[in-house]
Design a protein. Sequence first.
Length: 499
Amino acid sequence: MKTVNHWIGGKTVEGASGNYGPVTDPATGEVTTQVALASTAEVDAAVRTAKEAFQTWGQSSLAARTKVLFAYRALLDAHRDEIAELITAEHGKVHSDALGEVARGLEIVELACGITTQLKGELSTSVSNRVDVAAIRQPLGVVAGITPFNFPAMVPMWMFPLAVACGNTFVLKPSEKDPSAANRLAELAKEAGLPDGVLNVVHGDKVAVDALLGHPDVVAVSFVGSTPIARYIHTTAAANGKRVQALGGAKNHMLVLPDADLDAAADAAVSAAYGSAGERCMAISAVVAVGSIGDALVEKIRERAEKIKIGPGNDPTSEMGPLITAAHRDKVASYVKGAADQGAEVVLDGTGYTVDGYENGHWIGLSLLDHVRTDSDAYRDEIFGPVLCVLRAETYEEGVALINASPFGNGTAIFTRDGGAARRFQLEIQAGMVGVNVPIPVPVGYHSFGGWKDSLFGDHHIYGNDGIHFYTRGKVVTTRWPDPSEAPAGVDLGFPRNH
């Protein structure tokens, strides 16, 4: 059986704890790999290695860093199919979806390649007599990233390329459910010329997470995952004096107004709800139909959803793959099975779905629930699977109030032909990312990603300008150089004369 070990100091380091976790092929249900689970001592070794590497990497020139990043970008591009295959084998998503994940991660590498512009400081000359003031940004030191199973390549690439471009060193703790992509990203970084110890990967469970959160030499922690864990990460890391950005869960709504193109809205709803089997924090999981269009919209969604082909991710004809684990599949199915008892109309029931020849895979079909109540479990919880809830609202105002009442505020969308309504929506809605006739408003790499309310803990969104600010800290330097022609002015206990 294949074993995934740690990557520390530019080389593979075998697990020493004696603890291993299973890695399953979701399409077959078979355990194909075991992953080493780090002890506190192993995490400490990775952090110490990163701290030592920071002594030189933190002082390296921007030219040296960007040279590595440009080479890294080229290697990732050349190996994108290989990385996508690793994702499909352990996560289960279809190959095209995995390729899309790698492409979105590459956007952040490209942003990091331009770090020379992003780290330019500010200078004010002659603020007083021969006094200049400069503002500069410097790296933090050793930073850590804790990433989820649903995007095992993209989310790590949201973090470490910017962090190392800014001069930090990095310890990555990826999900133990699909760990291989993270190691391959680290191997390619070394091949690109990244010095040993700048990027380290330690695999593990809560033991490893807590070791990072409590380690005195870890200065900052980035996290993406569920809201309960994000809250724990933020609370624990902040209590230990660390800078934290912790992105949590979501219940993303799509508001469809009566004037919307219903075919376009139905296409968008199916793509956004069921893509990647619904295992993404930016999935549309609730559609709010305004006015009399609800029945027609639900019928159009049903027609499209019934045609989606579900199968193994390595089958080119598959449009949706399995869920990550059998336990998660069963949990998702429980929401559908209980929906009718809580007032919903089950238009499509995807529970009990299997694929011929892959009967032991973690399969579930597409589910569509109509007339869902806001007090039902299917609406209140982040299901993280291919289940779409449809709610009804009589007016635009009622729909907006419904969305704003949600404790989550990650992303949302409106479908309409009315520019005035769209403008109102983007100003009135309480969410961090808004789409206008765009169902999954994930920002491009040079804008930052992050939500509001229970979808984000901490002050900084991820990547973009927020990411650069998160991985650096500002310093202001005030200088005065005497003019060679003048004698010293002597002691003056008053305020500096600025005017």
